[in-house]
Design a binder for this molecule. Structure first.
Ligand code: AMP
Ligand code: GLY
Length: 425
């Protein structure tokens, strides 16, 4: 098999790493990749948004199937263009990707199909949004969401009227996220533990991945501003069998069926961001791809051949694929540049990776790194994901932090409490 992976983050490094383990894979290419991916496979400097360049690459390299990592090329229709060339593609069409690229689409879809989610209203102009926030019926905290993609920054959980109005002004008037702020959702704030539930689907069969939990805030104890994700863990008891059955029956199955029935079939990876509230489980949002860094704990727990999974999915034969998962735990600690999620500098030399990787339980996934004259340097906010897989959560946490202690670059910051929520239970 010849496979092309699209993207350049820790998620894509993990995809490449797992695909490389398959004896059936002959060649993997990554566009554009990063410093760590370039040490493993050939990287091609093509922009994932440049559909013509990606299509040419697919034809030139005789690619069998393409795995699209990030949301932006999915939202702009890369899959539609690639499918027209006849290649296999893992990822939803532009229309189906609206489950992530438009929060209004996703919320209206959930309402139509009775999928549990916070009550909400949609607004097209700032005056009526502000009036709603100032009305006596408004209950705080309240959540303001830009409709479109905003790199994880378009959701503002607002404690009071002032914060919520400021969010509306930033999103709809100052247009901080451009046209993503043409419409907004204002919705009830849910309380509870969050979980990431990710499935593979070919449009009819559904294959659940091991559940995981992200740590979005920059500092320990979920303090400070949100980031793309500072670490994750995966264990079987994040949901447990009863809750997992409920999520499949009440959320995942109706979503896949509903999309198909509406003439908008969904194929690829579906990620439900869930909140476990006292009133039951609710959907916070859908993503149309693997989570990052969720991917860095999910794929290391997959014991089966991932290339076969992808091939089965692309060919519509997912029901024949049987997945085996490691029964233990995986933990991923993200090492970030000083200053992230605000501004940070690049080009800091990274040391200690070889030593950290000597432990067979450890895998290191690169996000913002690049190779400069054979030296690995930082090149982004989230720099590395240090993943440990072990028999239980406590051992995996210990192994991950032992490895983290061997790695260094100037300004390196990370959370010390990744996985701690899972121990408290
Ligand atoms: P993102 O994944 O970047 O879109 O951010 C979504 C995050 O915003 C979730 O992980 C939650 O922490 C938070 N969030 C979204 N909707 C709600 C809601 N209705 N109630 C409480 N928190 C929410
Ligand atoms: N880690 C959250 C996300 O990928 O959206």
């Amino acid at each position: 098999m010849r496979i092309l992976v699209i993207g350049s983050g820790g998620r894509e490094h993990t995809l490449v790493w797992k695909l490389s383990q398959s004896p059936r894979v002959r060649t993997i290419l990554c566009a554009p990749g990063n410093g760590g991916i370039a040490q493993a496979v050939r990287c091609v400097s093509a922009d994932p948004q440049d559909t013509a360049a990606i299509s040419r690459l697919v034809l030139q390299e005789k690619i069998d199937f393409v795995v699209v990592g990030p949301e932006a090329p999915l939202a702009s229709g890369l899959v539609d263009t690639l499918k027209a060339t006849g290649v296999g593609v893992l990822g939803p069409t532009k229309s189906a990707a609206q489950l992530e690229s438009s929060k209004v689409f996703a919320k209206d879809f959930m309402r139509r199909h009775n999928i549990p989610t916070a009550d909400y209203r949609t607004f097209r102009d700032p005056d009526s949004a502000l009036a709603c926030l100032k009305s006596p019926e408004a209950r705080y905290p309240i959540v303001v969401k830009a409709d479109g993609l905003a790199a994880g920054k378009g959701v503002v959980v607002s404690r009071n009227e002032q914060e919520a109005c400021r969010a509306v002004e930033r999103i709809m008037i100052a247009k901080e996220f451009g046209s993503a702020g043409d419409r907004i959702i204002i919705e009830d704030c849910l309380q509870g533990m969050e979980a990431s539930y990710i499935v593979f689907t070919d449009g009819s069969a559904i294959l659940p991945a091991a559940a995981s939990r992200d740590h979005k805030a920059i500092f320990d104890d979920d303090k400070g501003p949100n980031t793309g994700g500072m670490g994750t863990y995966s264990t079987d008891d994040i949901l447990g069998p009863d809750l997992e059955r409920e999520v499949l029956q009440r959320i995942i199955q109706p979503t896949i069926d509903g999309m198909r029935e509406e003439g908008n079939p969904y194929q690829g990876i579906l990620y439900a961001g869930l909140m476990m509230t006292e009133q039951g489980i609710q959907v916070l949002e859908f993503n149309v791809r693997m989570g990052d860094p969720e991917c860095q704990v999910i794929l290391p727990r997959l014991q089966s051949d991932f290339a076969e999974l992808c091939e089965a999915l692309c060919r519509g034969r997912l029901k024949d694929y049987k997945a085996e998962w490691n029964p233990g735990a995986a933990v991923c600690v993200v090492l970030a540049s000083g200053g992230y999620p605000g501004s940070y500098s690049r080009g800091k030399v990274i040391t200690g990776l070889d030593m950290a990787e000597e432990d067979h339980r450890i895998a290191i996934f690169h996000a913002g790194t690049s190779l400069q004259e054979d030296r690995l340097v930082t090149n982004g906010g989230r720099v590395l994901g240090v993943t440990a897989v072990d028999r239980d959560l406590a051992s995996a946490i210990m192994a991950a932090y032992e490895a983290v202690n061997k790695i260094n670059f100037e300004g390196m910051q990370y959370r010390r409490d990744i996985g701690a929520k899972g121990l408290k239970k």
